[in-house]
Design a protein around this ligand. Structure first.
Ligand SMILES: Nc1nc2c(c(=O)[nH]1)N[C@H]1C(S)=C(S)[C@@H](COP(=O)(O)OP(=O)(O)OC[C@H]3O[C@@H](n4cnc5c(=O)[nH]c(N)nc54)[C@H](O)[C@@H]3O)O[C@H]1N2
Ligand SMILES: Nc1nc2c(c(=O)[nH]1)N[C@H]1C(S)=C(S)[C@@H](COP(=O)(O)OP(=O)(O)OC[C@H]3O[C@@H](n4cnc5c(=O)[nH]c(N)nc54)[C@H](O)[C@@H]3O)O[C@H]1N2
Ligand SMILES: [Mo]
Length: 765
């Protein structure tokens, strides 16, 4: 393929097979799929041992999503899902990427492989170095590697020329040490995957409710009257959430789903933990499905708000929770006045729904008191993403549906410790009070000016304003927008360093020099000076609990992320008074430091050892909103989408298949959408296809359009699909090349990965 760029997956097709979309999710097929991934990667015997420890009280936390574990009852051998099993199979794989592997494969050769093939090559076993101009990585000793990084960092003209990224798997303890090192070095350049993920949720929730996290607990699903799942595909990305939804249903609650796609997992479900329910067609999950147009959510939620107001006006006191509104909130009058500025005629076409469908949803909201609204990337990755979430909050506040049992906000987090990483200080915009306490505890002067987030970090590297890029996990090249631009940015750097478990494309598109530092995974035993250690993580509902690996590390050369930070600190910081070695020797000591500097961690070491862990404080859960700027929960005024599509333009959302974890490709199937053995596909409405003269499986190129610039991605197979007109879907990371670097959400600066404006062309290749 002449056009292939090493920064992107190759454009070759892999042999597509289309099947019928299944009628239900999970059930025995999911268990079969889980076991087959486990036995292929790990071996069945060792694999079952692994699953037995997954998400158990004294086992390890699933490196998949951040959905919580039950506080009390846990099923033996069953607190995992198909995709959790794939996640650990990927980590515990018997395949190894050794120095010999790197000696026999040049970087250029590896870049020709697909992301699936790169990932399947296995776990990285030794620290590796790519010298300037070299074609192959070579083994390097740890001390040498630390020295090299230390020298490079100390030769910068300012600490702000270095960038320190974090993905969301890093434990609380490692993340805390990492941010401490970075701040002692002298910068707040701590972008993280959250910038591309739930940043919009954090921004909206902090402003309106005074806490950037969700308010519900898992148990709230047992008490909810109504759950709305909007912009989220839990059947694939948080499969254990289906059990919670199923419980809501069993107790008489209702479920509304808002999504451009009829995602199978949300329609019907067979409980994997209850084989008696595998017979028949499964349990219906969604009561009302609203196939909204991409980015039509503010318009939809605004119509709901208008209908709620109408019902309240007709029968005062029947809809709004006036007591709650009076005591706890501010801004109602402004909200009601603002709603009048919008007409149904202008809002309705943006939703792609009928007024009757929206009335049905509104009636469910009117009739029920205890409402939970769950969301994920379908709301957070748009230009008006923060508006989306603030509008969700408006509905909950009107109903007084926050801070009581069975009700509240539920942003469902992605990476298993992305929430914890933020809690312990991974943020480019730290609060002064946090820096004050770090300074006091560790006797240094912390930098006060804000650092770069992901998008600004890429731009800084592109401009040559940042010269060293260090990543604690993740796959920065492939996860970020505008792949070719990001590749240039990384290639501009003097040095790029990746702390990783598995090989990925970020190891192949590098700065002038590059290092790979291999680290322990969650499932592996971590032994330090004082003996075997455990780490802790925070799930999506604010529960901090321990995670302890049981497997022997895949190589003796691996270091824990904590030890890597300590090595780095010793090689870089000349005046640090912190006992880095002591802290790494016993993670209890790190936890003591977290307790001393971050509120909510009292008796950390004791409480984290209690079965199930402990809840962090959450003011919204307690219906206390004095931490907002106004001292009350805030109603807000929000704007519907301002995107206007030109002739033959479409909106494109980039989504995940059932067989991937972000940029890690477990397999080539998207079983729940009926697509097997292919990732380069474009889902399109049949009427749009007809208008464009396109047939099923035609090969097309996609051009994205933003502020006069055009970006191209080649060779996708068109698939007719149940998706609203003018809406299309592709998979990430293949389509990231189309996401413009400067197209980001207002306030949160999150790339607009769900609203890319494209045109579709017969392929030129
Ligand atoms: N197996 C697996 N688990 C994962 C991950 C994974 O890749 N694989 N990733 C993890 C991470 S980091 C995250 S953040 C989460 C992601 O979890 P999700 O947010 O569920 O993931 P996406 O595939 O991005 O799906 C977004 C959903 O939103 C819908 N959507 C898109 N645009 C819109 C819109 O404008 N309005 C509405 N209402 N809906 C829209 C899409 O159709 C899709 O169903 O999952 C986590 N868990
Ligand atoms: N177009 C588009 N782009 C998106 C999204 C989208 O929906 N659409 N979603 C965005 C979202 S929500 C997110 S969260 C980001 C994800 O961005 P990242 O977190 O950067 O990407 P991942 O693919 O999760 O990272 C996978 C790599 O992490 C490493 N790894 C795995 N486990 C560990 C570990 O325990 N320690 C260390 N040190 N490394 C480990 C492995 O080497 C693996 O290759 O992508 C974003 N990008
Ligand atoms: Mo995410």
């Amino acid at each position: 393929m002449s056009k292939h760029s090493p920064a992107q997956p190759p454009e070759e097709f892999t042999g597509i097979e289309l099947t019928e979309v299944p009628k239900h999710s999970v059930g025995p097929t999911a268990i079969k799929s889980a076991l087959s991934h486990i036995s292929n990667e790990v071996g069945l015997f060792k694999g079952i041992g692994l699953l037995k420890n997954l998400n158990q009280t004294y086992g390890f936390d699933c490196p998949g999503c951040a959905w919580p574990d039950p506080d009390e009852k846990r099923a033996f051998l069953a607190e995992y899902c198909e995709n959790g099993a794939k996640a650990i199979a990927e980590e515990a794989t018997k395949n190894k990427v050794s120095p010999m592997f790197f000696a026999t494969h040049s970087v250029a050769e590896l870049a020709k492989l697909s992301d699936y093939e790169i990932g399947k090559s296995g776990r990285i076993t030794h620290p590796m170095y790519l010298a300037e101009g070299a074609t192959h990585y070579e083994e390097i000793g740890w001390d040498k590697a630390f020295e090299l990084i230390g020298n490079e960092l100390n030769s910068l003209s300012s600490p702000d020329e270095a960038i320190f990224y974090t993905s969301g798997r890093t434990s609380n303890e490692a993340a805390y040490l990492y941010q401490l090192f970075v701040r002692q070095f002298g910068t707040n350049n701590l972008p993280d995957c959250s910038n591309m993920c739930h940043e919009s949720s954090g921004a909206a929730l902090s402003e309106t409710l005074g806490i950037g996290k969700g308010s519900v607990t898992l148990d709230d699903f047992n008490h909810a009257d109504l759950v709305m799942v909007i912009g989220q595909n839990p059947g694939t990305n948080h499969p254990r959430m289906l059990s919670a939804l199923s419980e809501t249903k069993r107790r008489g609650g209702k479920i509304i789903t808002v999504n451009p796609l009829p995602e199978v997992g949300l329609m019907r479900f067979k409980d994997p933990q209850n084989p008696t329910k595998w017979i028949g067609s499964g349990q219906q999950i969604t009561d009302l499905f609203l196939p909204v147009k991409i980015n039509g959510d503010v318009a939809l939620l605004k119509i709901i708000l208008k209908l709620m107001k109408e019902a309240e006006d007709a029968n005062p006191g029947s809809v709004f929770d006036h007591k709650f509104i009076k005591e706890k909130t501010q801004g109602l009058d402004a909200l009601l006045a603002d709603l009048d500025q919008y007409s149904l005629e202008e809002l309705l076409p943006q939703t792609g729904l009928t007024l009757d469908q929206i009335k049905e949803a509104t009636n469910l909201i009117l009739q029920n008191e205890k409402i939970i609204i769950c969301w994920a990337m379908g709301l957070t990755q748009h230009k008006n993403a923060v508006d989306n979430i603030r509008e969700v909050v408006n509905i909950l506040l009107l109903k007084g549906s926050i801070g009581k049992k069975g009700a509240g906000t539920c942003p469902v987090r992605g990476h298993s410790n992305v929430q914890g990483d933020r809690t312990v200080g991974i943020w480019e915009r730290p609060k002064p009070a946090f820096l004050d306490s770090l300074e006091k505890e560790f006797d240094f002067k912390a930098p006060r000016h804000h650092g770069y987030d992901v998008v600004d970090a890429i731009k800084a590297m592109h401009k040559g304003k940042a010269k060293v890029f260090f990543a604690m996990g993740g796959n920065f090249l492939s996860a970020t927008p505008d792949t070719e631009y990001t590749a240039e940015a990384l290639q501009n750097c003097e040095l790029t360093v990746q702390v990783s478990t598995k090989l990925n494309r970020s190891h192949l598109i590098t700065g002038k020099r590059a290092l790979i530092l291999p680290c322990l995974g969650r499932s592996e035993k971590d032994v330090q000076a004082s003996g075997e250690q455990f780490v802790s993580v925070e799930n999506s509902m604010g529960v901090v609990h321990q995670s302890r690996g049981h497997l022997a590390p895949c190589s003796k050369e691996l270091k824990s992320e904590h030890a890597i930070v300590a090595g780095l600190a010793k090689a870089t910081l000349k005046n640090s008074t912190t006992d880095w070695e002591g802290l790494v020797g016993n993670y209890d000591l790190i936890r003591d430091k977290i307790e001393a500097t971050i509120p909510g961690f009292d008796n950390y070491n004791k409480r984290v050892r209690v079965k199930g862990g402990f809840y962090l404080p959450n003011n919204a859960r307690d219906a206390k909103f004095d931490s907002t700027k106004t001292g009350k929960a805030n109603f807000t005024l929000n704007k519907p989408s301002d995107i206007e599509l030109g002739a033959n333009e479409f909106l494109m959302m980039t989504i995940r298949t059932h067989d991937q974890y972000n940029t890690t490709i477990y397999g080539l199937n998207d079983r729940y959408r009926g697509v097997l053995n292919e990732r380069r596909v474009l889902f399109m409405n049949e009427s749009d296809m007809a208008n464009m003269g396109l047939q099923k499986l035609d090969v097309v190129d996609l051009h994205s359009h933003f502020e006069g610039e055009t970006r191209k991605a080649y060779r996708f197979l068109v698939i007719p699909y149940e998706i609203p007109p003018q809406c299309t879907a592709t998979y990430f990371p293949e389509a990231n090349v189309l996401v413009p670097i400067s197209s980001t959400a207002k306030i949160s600066n999150t790339p607009t990965s769900k609203t890319v404006i494209i045109t579709v062309h017969k392929s030129e290749l």
